[in-house]
Write a protein that binds this ligand. Structure first.
Ligand SMILES: *[C@@H]1O[C@H](CO)[C@@H](O)[C@H](O)[C@H]1NC(C)=O
Ligand SMILES: *[C@@H]1O[C@H](CO)[C@@H](O)[C@H](O)[C@H]1NC(C)=O
Ligand SMILES: *[C@@H]1O[C@H](CO)[C@@H](O)[C@H](O)[C@H]1NC(C)=O
Ligand SMILES: *[C@@H]1O[C@H](CO)[C@@H](O)[C@H](O)[C@H]1NC(C)=O
Length: 391
């Protein structure tokens, strides 16, 4: 049946890509040591943990610590609804003992290989990994910051991360936002090692949503800053670093959690990834495909603004080592799935290729951004949201 549907060339193509390559990596769960890290807890007070795989190399020299995705909540109503609908994003009580992860965990790298330690930190704090508060009014704990600290210390102690080792710290979506605000702190913690950030889709754009009954992204961010106690973490631990706080002090400090405003302050080498038409952001702004073309004007405006934000960041990169990567696509956070290898810029640079260029890049900065100049409709109505997927 399959043979008659797919021609021999197609079958060959499928075979080529799965033979000799890991298709996904199996990671094993372990709770964080709650005696040692009593605050590393999920929203409901259950223990947070890590999923990991390591070889039996006596001394691994490269590490990846990747924070998971899953949106967030920002007040009592949204957090209670989330607890009913997405329990596993607020509690570890239902987590499985193993997890299969793909995308960046599948790729064949020089820097990341079978002797590396692979860590995926599951998300259960609903605060973009930023908070540090038991908020009794809302009825939940927000301990993302404590979970990040406990996870990196656990990796450090168990595998003795040390001189000249490579540490890749990053995440997807909410995980990328968490990695963005912690990257400088993590590099300070692993100060003997070479730290690289992989930030997949943290670049939130400040535009008012077209429907004003939608809570916009900047307003959500301000609410999370308040609800999860980020202000109380600031200064002390580096979620809000001094260089950002000196630009956005007082009532504006929450902007240091917002991609468009924070990204330019990052000091540590990183790859900053965002689709031109970030589908999660457009969804949060109240637009979901298929939507009427009057609303596509907003998508066009969004894409143009994303383009401009990248251009400003690129113009001001100075001598920092940053790789900028944008597909002219409608997608979001593809680094942990097959889109990592499939979706690409119009000249064929996949996210996998971009991450490899970044990790092998000897400290240079690099512009791998690509935009659909004709606007959202022209690039998405053909039924393929990305050039590499073919029309
Ligand atoms: C957990 O942490 C406590 C306190 O630091 C320590 O005594 C204990 O040995 C740790 N448990 C494990 C399993 O590492
Ligand atoms: C490492 O050793 C353990 C215990 O001997 C074994 O179960 C595991 O499969 C080994 N891992 C690898 C990647 O070889
Ligand atoms: C380097 O990191 C260690 C913890 O990993 C810390 O104790 C030490 O103060 C750091 N050193 C510097 C110069 O930041
Ligand atoms: C605006 O959003 C509200 C709440 O989600 C919804 O009920 C309403 O239909 C939306 N209005 C338009 C014009 O899309």
């Amino acid at each position: 049946m399959i043979n008659s549907l797919l021609g021999p060339q197609v079958l060959l193509l499928l075979l080529c890509c799965f033979v000799g390559k890991v298709v996904s990596r199996t990671l094993t769960y372990e709770s964080l040591n709650i005696t040692r890290y009593p605050l590393a807890k999920c929203n409901d007070g259950s223990d947070a943990g890590i999923y990991f795989a390591n070889s039996n190399a006596s001394k691994p020299t490269s590490f990846i610590i990747y924070l998971s995705s899953g949106g967030w909540c920002y007040d009592a109503v949204s957090c209670r609804a989330r607890f009913l609908e997405s329990h596993d994003l607020m509690s570890s009580t239902g987590w499985s003992s193993e997890r299969e992860v793909g995308g960046i965990f599948d790729s064949d790298y020089e820097t990341l290989n079978e002797d590396s330690v692979w860590v995926n930190v599951p998300y259960c704090s609903s605060d973009g990994w930023m908070g540090n508060l038991d908020n009794q009014e809302v009825g939940f704990e927000f301990r993302g910051h404590e979970i990040v600290k406990a996870a990196i210390e656990t990796v450090q102690e168990r595998w003795s991360v040390g001189e000249d080792d490579t540490v890749i710290f990053g995440g997807a979506s909410a995980g990328a936002r968490g990695a963005m605000v912690h990257l400088d702190m993590v590099a300070e913690f692993f100060n003997d090692s070479n730290v690289y950030g992989v930030l997949d889709s943290p670049l939130w754009i400040d535009l008012d949503p077209p429907n004003y009954s939608t809570v916009g992204l900047l307003e959500q961010t301000q609410k999370v800053y308040e609800v999860s106690g980020v202000g109380e973490v600031s200064g002390k631990d580096g979620v809000i670093t001094d260089n950002c706080a000196s630009s956005f002090d007082g009532e504006e400090e929450y902007k240091c959690l917002f991609g468009q405003y924070r990204a330019g302050f990052l000091e540590i080498p990183h790859i900053l990834i965002s689709a031109e038409f970030d589908s999660f952001q457009l969804g949060q702004d109240g637009l979901n495909l298929p939507y009427p073309s009057s609303e596509n004007e907003f998508a066009d405006e969004f894409g143009a603004q994303m383009h401009k934000v990248f251009e400003d960041l690129i113009a001001n990169v100075g001598d920092k080592s940053v790789t900028f990567y944008s597909q002219p696509c409608y997608n979001h956070a593809i680094s942990m799935g097959s889109g990592y290898f499939k979706s690409a810029t119009s000249n064929g640079v996949t996210l996998d290729a971009a991450v490899k260029a970044f990790l092998g890049g000897e400290g240079k900065s690099r512009d791998l951004t690509d935009y659909c100049e004709e606007g959202f409709d022209a690039c998405t109505t053909s039924g393929s949201f990305c050039p590499s997927l073919g029309a």
